[in-house]
Design a protein around this ligand. Sequence first.
Ligand code: NAP
Length: 249
Amino acid sequence: MFQLNDKVAIVTGSSRGIGAAIAQTLARQGAKVVINHRNSPAEAESVAMVIQAAGGEALVVQADVSQSNEAQALIKATLDKFGQIDILVNNAGVTRDTMIMTMKEADWDLVLQTNLTSAYHCSKAAIRPMLKKRQGRIINITSVVGLAGQAGQSNYAASKAGLIGLTKSLAREIGSRNITVNAVAPGFIPTAMTETLPKTTLEAVISNTPLGRLGSVEDVAHAVLFLASDEAAFITGQVLSVDGGLVMQ
Ligand code: NAP
């Protein structure tokens, strides 16, 4: 079950955190994995080394995926090295949290460009080889915040809700070509992104979570693995929450 032998996967923003766990999980199941980062070469190399030490194949590609030309270069580097793309995980993301009255336009733009526009750039470029092969998996990492909203995160919530709209629309566009498009919506996961959240916020999250704990990067990676696998062939346009029941639709 869930074998990815002979598959090639790109995971954007996989130098650490959730992306690194996704890359390592897909590699463990046999995928050749492209590790992407914007500005963390040492961290990206160490993720690749873990994969290679376990007998897997990994390629590190620096690219700011919020920029069209760099996203296209990421796809080209993958095709040059591995000749195909089977799985694209749009994971790269940032936060610039503040109430909207104090939010600078640059912080709105950066979050939308990084979290949402990057998925447009990467999906557009990766779909061409997938269409040729008449198979593919695109998995967008959204957030429960994109479903429920969050005070102080209007830019982030808008980007993540936008990813859900992108997921559903693209799923309708390319389903007939045997390409599935789904989203995974993590709850609160301890990573660099969440390390500055106040302890009281995390305690409140845990007390509102039926499963009574925060998630782990592996919890998210396992959901992505499922959606990337052949076993998920008849699932498209869906949002899979990995949040211990925090937000129920
Ligand atoms: P993280 O530890 O801060 O990692 C973010 C990754 O994205 C890093 O590898 C970073 O690399 C990369 N990145 C950022 N901007 C990029 C760009 N323009 N181009 C290429 N790579 C870029 O965050 P995380 O918690 O693992 O989050 C991963 C994803 O999960 C994000 O989309 C986030 O919104 C989502 N998510 C996280 C949580 C959570 O609680 N942690 C919950 C829900 C959803 P550089 O350092 O090189 O920029």
